[in-house]
Structures are given as C-alpha cells and as structure tokens.
Design a protein around this ligand. Structure first.
Ligand SMILES: Nc1ncnc2c1ncn2[C@@H]1O[C@H](COP(=O)(O)OP(=O)(O)OP(=O)(O)O)[C@@H](O)[C@H]1O
Ligand SMILES: [Mg+2]
Length: 577
C-alpha cells in the first residue's frame, strides 16, 4: 500500500498546498468528532452527581450545534479538494498515455492488444482515480482519526484501559497486509482478462458482418461467453478476498469492546474511572469501527490502484524502438537504396534483400510484384516506421538514420494499402493532410483524385459525414478520399500503395494522368497490381521474395521474358494465351 503512495508522491509533492489543506481540514474534522462523546460522558457524570443546571445544559447544546456546523464546513472542503485532485491525476496520466500512444511505433502495436490498451486508458485509470481520491482520503482519515481517538482515550480516560482494549488491533493489520498482496496479484490478472474481453468485443463489433455472412453467431457467442466467464471468475477472486475484511473488522472490534467492558468494570469498581468515562470510552471504541473498516477497504483499493498504476506505467515506460535521434532535415528528395536488407522484428525471413535503387527528384517509380513480395515493406523503410535494416538508405545525401522523422514524413504523402478514414466529414478527412489548406487547394485535390463526380452525388457534399456514424462509402470512394488527402499536401514524394485497386480502369487513367501532369518536378512512387498504372513510370522494379528481380521502363520490361512481360501479356490477352 505504501508502494502506491510512493508511486504517486510526485503528484502529491507538486500539489503540496492542496494536500496540506486537506490534512489540516481532516484534523479539524477529527477533533470535532471527539467532542460529542466527551460531552455525553460529562453530562452523565453531572446528572449522576446531581450537578446539572440549566445553564450547563444550554452550554452543552450550544457546543453541539457549533461542532455540527464546523464539521460540515471542513468536511465539504476536504472532500472537494481531494476528489478534484483525484480527477486531475487521472486526466494528467490519461494525457500522458495518449501522447505515448501517438508516439509508439508499429512494433509496439503488433505486441499489444487494442482491447488491453483501451482497458488501460479507461478501467485502470479509473482505479488509479479511486485509489488517489477515495484511497488517500481513507488513509489520512482513518489513520489520523485512529490516532486521535487512541490519544484521547489514553489521556482523558485511562492508558491502561486503552492498552488492553486495543490489543486485538495489530492482528488486523497483519492479516490485511497479507491479503493486500494477494489482491494486487489477482487484480492484475483480472484486469488482463478484462483487456482480452475488451479486445473480443472490438472484434465482434468490427467483424459482425463477416460473422453473419458465415453464420458463425453461435460459435462467436460461445467464444465470447467463455471470455466473459474467465473475467468474471478472476474478478470474483478479488471480490472474495475483499469480502474477508468486513467480518474480520467486526470480530476484532467486538473483542475490543468485550475487553473494555470487562476490564472497565474492574476500573470503575476500584474508583479509577467513572461510569460516564467508561461510557465515553465505549463510544470511542465504537467510533473506531469506521476507521478500521476503512483501513480494510483501503488496502483493497490501494492494492488495486497499485496494480493498475503498474499496468499503465508499463506503457509509459515503453521506449520507442526506433530510437529516433535524427536531426537532419532534407531539402531535395532524391533517394538511394544501397543494398538495403530488412527483416521485421517478429519475422523469420528477410522481407527485403539487397535492394539497390536510385530515384531522383521529378521521377516516377513503379513497384510491382506478387502479393507478399515486399512492396509495402519497401515503402515502410522510407517512412522510417520500423528500425532500420542493414545497408544504406540515403535521402538527399544524408543517411536516413540521421534524419528527423517528423520532418521527413512532412515531405511525404502516403496513401496506405488500408484506407483509413475518420468518422468525420469528407472535408475534415481530406483537410487532415493539410489543416490550413485553402478552399481552392481543397477543390484542386478533389479534382486531381477524381472524387468530384462522387462528391456531387453525396447528400451534403463536403460536409457529408462518413464512416461509422455517417454514409458508408465504397472501397473506391475511400481510396480517392485518401488520395485527395495526400495530394492536398503537395508532397515532395507521393506514395500510392495499391491505392487505385478499387477504382475502375477509366477512373484510374484519369487519376494517373492528373498526377503525371501535376507532379512533373516531384517524386512519385506507385505500387500496383495493375500494370497500366505504371506504364508511364521512369523506372519500374519487380519484387519477388524481397529482391529486385527485374527493373527498367515499361517498354524494356514488356519486351523481356520475365514476370513483367508475362503479366503484361496476360493483361492484354485477358489470360487466354
Ligand atoms: N509487420 C510485419 N511483421 C512481420 N512480417 C511482415 C509484416 N508485414 C509484412 N510482413 C511479411 O513481409 C513480407 C512482405 O510483405 P509486404 O506487405 O511488403 O508485401 P506486399 O508486396 O506489399 O504484398 P501485397 O501486394 O499483398 O500488399 C510478407 O511475407 C509478409 O508476411
Ligand atoms: Mg502491400
């Protein structure tokens, strides 16, 4: 439990004023709490001795009223300050987590499950909030209150009685510590199960159409049921431990009360304390139930918070495996692959081997080859997405490892194979490429990507909402919005990764012609399965198993006898040769 406090101490220290005030208000509230029992004891003794007068009674009532008002005010303040602090730490950590999510490389996302990351960003953060708000308040409240009461019992009544009555307490502390450790472990595994379940929910929702078309609803249901079951079991294991605390507290406090009555009676008999004092003492003992009970809950909450904090911290501690320290900025966009060989961190075989190619500004490169031959991998090297392979990749005379990644990407317009659209309007999706683009630039990009005809048919034109909450787009429409997004940026290097696969031949020709005319002095890389898209390219490379097996212009390659010319003939004859 103290572990957790240590982990969030940075927050407490940076909010010293807030937490000092909280402690101060708490102490005042505690002092207020011990006054009523004292008054009760005194009143009883006064009545017992026949010394009660009207003035004394009014005085006592007045003090009571003052205590109630003051308690109300300070309790409001510490509650407010504390829970505000808890929400703030939650939002601070959440922003850190989001910033990290945006920075981490694909390698991290290949290792982690989306559902688990979401669990961290929601459930685990909530738990940290609970531990920092409710947890700290209980910790401060119960310990200071416990101490205050013990001191008051000792000083105003009897140290002897206090000592014996409190003998059972340490037992509670020892058991709680043991249980706390177990709760930490079980909570972690319960959160992991929650992450897996979360992931399954995502998958079910995303794949619902597929599931229906294969009539797999029952199988999916069963699979999901077993995951829910698993989470439930793990969660219940935590709750079972939690349930131990309450009866335990009651047993310990009851034995204290029994001791105090037994031993207290002896002390009253011997004239060491009065009856009123014994009653006050027992009221105090009863008041101990809350802090003891709270301490029990506290162990639980803090240990859960501790486990969740670790889970989040693990993400925050992830280092960027790209180790991007490059500072250099390029001007020209000539690039040179010099025997580049690359293997994905998780793969067995090289996905690129001995790639050597040079491309100068203004040229167009076509990349073709069988599926899985390494075309997308080639591009990912340029984007600096994965750690570098061996060999040299030189851009504008500078090794890519010394280049600043953001500045490099700034020069690139990349349309990936998977068209990613946000659930926003068409305008927002395109302007994402250049948020400060003018209306003219927007219209131009739409024209170049041949999206204008489609746009005219959309219900609200540029303001049409697309994606999950809006209009469903066809594959070809999505591709063209993605192309418009990259063109609006007028990038120095445009990269289309199979970005025309879902458009018809006529539209493809239109787009290719626009790009040819519009990007004469800029570099363009086109990856395609349809050779017509690269006829005009200055250079074409054919990849196979990560190697360049042929290269040249369309003319030269189609006159050869390799994969390219066979593919070309196949297209021309419709596969009938
Ligand atoms: N993230 C990854 N981790 C491990 N291996 C990968 C990863 N991405 C791709 N590969 C492997 O690298 C090889 C090349 O993949 P790549 O995506 O570059 O092919 P491609 O030529 O773009 O294929 P397609 O035409 O189908 O898009 C494949 O064998 C693939 O299995
Ligand atoms: Mg690919």
């Amino acid at each position: 439990m103290l572990d957790y406090i240590r982990k969030i101490s940075w927050y407490i220290f940076s909010n010293k004023k807030r937490y000092t005030l909280i402690v101060l208000f708490l102490l005042i509230a505690n002092v207020m709490d011990i006054i009523p029992p004292q008054l009760i004891g005194r009143t009883i003794d006064l009545i017992n001795n026949g010394e009660m007068t009207e003035t004394i009674m009014w005085n006592i009532l007045l003090i009571f009223a003052a205590v109630i008002v003051l308690t109300y005010v300070v309790s409001y303040w510490w509650g407010y300050l504390l829970f505000e602090g808890a929400i703030k730490i939650e939002s601070i950590i959440r922003s850190r987590l989001m910033r990290k999510f945006l920075l981490l490389s694909p390698g991290f996302y290949e290792r982690s499950k989306t559902g688990d990351l979401m669990a961290k960003a929601t459930n685990d953060l909530r738990t940290v909030n609970m531990a920092t708000g409710f947890g700290i308040i209980t910790l401060l409240d119960s310990t200071t209150f416990l101490l205050t009461i013990i001191l008051v019992m000792g000083f105003t009544i009897s140290w002897q009685l206090t000592f014996f009555a409190l003998l059972p307490l340490p037992l509670l502390a020892i058991i709680e510590q043991r249980l706390g450790r177990m709760i930490n472990k079980r909570h972690k595994s319960s959160q992991e199960a929650f992450g897996v379940m979360n992931d399954a929910v995502l998958e079910v929702v995303e794949g619902v159409r597929l599931t229906r078309s294969y009539v797999q609803e029952d199988a999916e249901n069963r699979r999901f049921h077993s995951l829910t079951e698993n989470y439930l079991n793990k969660f219940m294991k935590v709750e079972k431990l939690d349930a131990f605390f309450q009866p335990l507290t009651i047993i310990v406090v009851s034995s204290s009360i029994a001791i105090s009555f037994g031993y207290g009676a002896v002390l009253v008999n011997n004239g060491i304390i009065t009856v009123g004092e014994l009653i006050t003492f027992n009221v105090y003992l009863n008041m101990l139930i809350w802090p003891m009970f709270a301490l029990g809950m506290l162990f639980n909450i803090m240990e859960r918070g501790n486990a969740s904090y670790d889970r989040i911290q693990n993400v925050l501690d992830e280092t960027d495996d790209l180790n991007d320290i490059g500072e250099a900025v390029v001007k020209e966009t000539n690039f040179n692959f010099n025997e580049v060989t690359f293997k994905y961190p998780t793969a067995q075989h090289n996905s690129l081997e001995d790639i050597t190619i040079e491309l100068n500004r203004g040229e167009t490169l076509g990349i073709v080859g069988k599926t899985g031959s390494g075309k997308s991998t080639f591009i990912k090297q340029l984007l600096k997405i994965y750690p570098e392979g061996s060999g040299d990749l030189i851009i504008d005379g500078v090794n890519i490892s010394s280049l600043n990644r953001e500045k490099l990407r700034d020069k690139l317009g990349y349309v990936s194979q998977e068209n990613i659209l946000f659930s926003r309007t068409v305008r927002e999706n395109i302007m994402f490429g250049k948020p400060d683009a003018t209306e003219a630039e927007l219209t131009e990009a739409i024209k170049l990507s041949a999206f204008d005809e489609d746009l005219a048919r959309m219900p609200e034109g540029l303001e049409t909402l697309v994606g999950e909450k809006g209009v469903s787009l066809s594959g070809g429409q999505k591709q063209r919005i993605s192309i418009a997004r990259s063109l609006i940026k007028q990038p120095d290097i445009l990269i289309l990764d199979d970005a025309l696969s879902a458009v018809d031949a006529r539209t493809e020709t239109r787009i290719i012609n626009h790009i040819k005319d519009n990007r004469k002095d800029k570099t363009t890389i086109i990856i395609t399965h349809r050779l017509s898209a690269v006829h005009h390219a200055d250079k074409i490379i054919v990849l196979e198993n990560g190697k360049i097996v042929e290269s040249g212009t369309h003319q030269a390659l189609s006159n050869g006898s390799g994969w390219y010319s066979k593919q070309n003939d196949y297209f021309i004859t419709g596969g009938e040769s």
